[in-house]
Design a protein around this ligand. Structure first.
Ligand SMILES: [Zn+2]
Length: 117
């Protein structure tokens, strides 16, 4: 399953970035539509993987940015509904400017030690 391997690579990344003595409460990822990720499936995969890592209860937030195309003929930029949409000038030749992102945007943590002042 595509989403499970994505969740596992996210876990690898987080293991490297998580400060010691911090409890992971959530992560936010930005995944362009080119990756074909179903956010609900990735959330389910994340529940399984985060449980294994000892981060049970942490939330995965998926941001899906829109496609952005640039027409090869007239240079127009626009956000299409589908990636094979043609430019209004009629040219079918467009370059993908955005939509292939795969970014771990943020890691939300709280101190594992409850130590009131
Ligand atoms: Zn055009």
């Amino acid at each position: 399953m595509h989403e499970v391997s994505i969740a596992e690579s996210l876990a690898d990344l987080i293991r490297r970035h998580l400060p010691p003595h911090q409890h992971l409460i959530g992560i936010t990822v930005r995944i362009g539509p080119i990756h074909g990720v179903v956010p609900e499936s990735l959330e389910m995969a994340w529940n399984v993987v985060s449980e294994k890592e000892g981060w049970s209860g942490s939330q995965l937030h998926v941001i899906t940015p829109p496609w952005r195309l640039r027409c090869g003929a007239c240079g127009r930029c626009w956000e299409p509904v589908t990636v094979d949409e043609h430019c209004t000038c009629g040219s079918p030749h467009a370059d993908i400017m955005a939509g292939d992102e795969f970014v771990l945007e943020s890691i939300d943590v709280e101190s594992a030690v409850n130590c009131p002042q």
